[in-house]
Design a protein. Sequence first.
Lengths: 57, 706
Amino acid sequence: MFKGMFNGSNWAGIVSLLIFFSVFVIAMVMVFMKKKSDIDYLSHLPLDDEDTSENKN
Amino acid sequence: MAQIEKFEYDNTIVRNFAVASIIFGVVALSVGLWIALELVFPGLNGGISWNSFGRIRPLHTNAAIFAFVGNAIFAGVYYSTQRLLKARMFSPILSQIHFWGWQLVILGAAITLPLGLTSSHEYAELEWPIDLLITIAWVAFGANMVGTMIKRRESHFYVAIWFYISTFITVAVLHIGNNLEVPVTFWKSYPVFAGIQDALLQWWYGHNAVAFFLTTPYLGLMYYYLPKAANRPVYSYRLSIIHFWTLIFLYIWAGPHHLLYSALPDWTQSLGTVFSIMLIAPSWGGMLNGLLTLRGAWDRVREDPILKFMVVAVTAYGMSTFEGPMLSIKSVNAIAHFTDWIPAHVHIGTLGWNGFMTFGMFYWMFPRLFGTRLYSKKLANVHFWIGTLGILFWVVPMYFAGWTQSMMWKEFTPEGTLKYGNFVTTLQSIKPMLALRAFGGSLYLTGALIGFYNLMKTALQGKLIKNEAAQAPALEIHPEPNETFHRKLERKPVPLLIWATVAILIGGAVEFFPMTFMKSSVPKIDSVKPYTALELQGRDIYIREGCVSCHSQLVRPFRSETERYGEYSKAGEYIYDRPFLWGSKRTGPDLHRVGGKYNDVWHYNHMLNPKNTESESIMPRYPWLFKNDLDNSSLAAKIGVLRKLGTKYPEGYEAKALAELDAQATKVAKNIAATVKDVNPDNLKKKEIVALIAYLQRLGTDIKAK
């Protein structure tokens, strides 16, 4: 069965799907290990400076 | 508590890049409109070499990508980086080198491209001296960024900074990779790789120039300016992290989707397809993250032109990144490739995503740089609506044209012959669409001019805050117990740089190295020989005139193409093609099998005035090829460089190349003079047109039965 799977060019599709899946899972695990307080702090960084314009919005 | 430090942000460099972006934006859009009009009214080029479509089209693309968008990126990055890191830019000298170096690159492009000095690699046309200048400017940018990261006051890097870093490192890698070339003269070089390897390398670059010059920096800008404009944090910071790592890792693999059904090996095409389809996940994650940032603030979108621009920009990003994976599916690609669908797809990205995000960002930024209010909110709204209409009038006719022409190319009669055997018939059917596209372009340009006026008036009514006062606690890093790997990475610039580099190198390496070093990737064909001296010179004229902008040299293995053009193209046919000239758009027919299809006289008359041979042609005239003598001064150097790179010219060929060139030119000139009145063959044989005809007559003939 596996021999047939890797014959021809199909292996490229299967390998790429596995790579994508692995990277996606690793990224998900890393992200969900983060503390909520850290996430909140980082997400507010852009809003953390003075506004010099006259039309603050 | 750390001591509070007072410092100043450098707004002058931000202002400089922003003004350059706006000025060059108007230039890029004007040139775009001009070439769109040249397709509607071919006579507009006036028979002037530097004004012809093939030479001006790369000027438009380079101006749009590197001058308009490039300067906007730097303005946005310099503004946001300082504030996110709570530090002034590391070095004012590096800022100046970066700014003036980049403007010098643009000036170089504006002079050299209309002169026909081009490498012909799409979006990387600039010749090697300008490539070196780009390297200097880019290194100055990167050093300034990393330096600022090191002397920052904020312990952790916000996700926008990660996108900027990945942009810096990937563009550097792409620039080096796709410009591996050997100079022949100061303004002429040949790429190290030939044929399908050159093609793979070019589209690895081309696709990732879109990814890492037009996308990742703009995602960084989106993650900073959209929350600023909406005055609320990004919808999901966790999603932004997943977006970042999966996007930069996946994007780099997707290049081969530009070469589906080409002579590239199947496995490479499959990798390109699968990774492109999977790209929709991170791309739409990012798009939704942007749009959902506005949750609870949609009422403000009705009132605020800045948010309007940004919402349409992010929506265009979503449309474009849905369409990209779709176009990578082979059956869809078989319809869309080489048609106007592709420019439509590209312009959703550039006009919608890049253009509108830029305008939104500048409308937000200018009042803050100049300490004032936006001059006219009403004008900004007018700009928004004219620009949106401009995009629609640009892309909708082009989608229609793409479908229409592709269906006509593929249609057979019940008897089994092509229904539209004459290519020009299919072109005629889309001419109204080309005119509508030009109208859309003129609307978008009008909007940009209104924006230009509004922003300049805003600047003039305020005063530049050159050095903006700020304060923040000094940097103190207190590693937490049990800190995760990623948490550490978020405050370490060099490891972040290294991991981002690893992520982007894997895909390119897996695809490129087997292609380059496995001989079986390019099956050899014994009958394929190097170009003769005259053909080589003709090929370089073909490159100079930008013929590749409108003509492909790749017959795909479809019945509709083999019936129209001849035998499908094989990898082994391109082994001496430096650079490869497959093209990406067929405004005119494919030329890979044009050799021997017409006689020399036909080509002579056709290049003199295409309407001589096809009354409905929109190809420009090339009168200068009949006046210019062929310059053979660098012929020996060209042969020497090509031999070093692997072209099988015999030793000592340089010494007899001129005599051989003369003999072949004489033969072509006599053929023409025998039919065309008032042609002196002794005079004609010295002209550039003869070399071009010799090259065209050679195309695709290596594997034809004699």
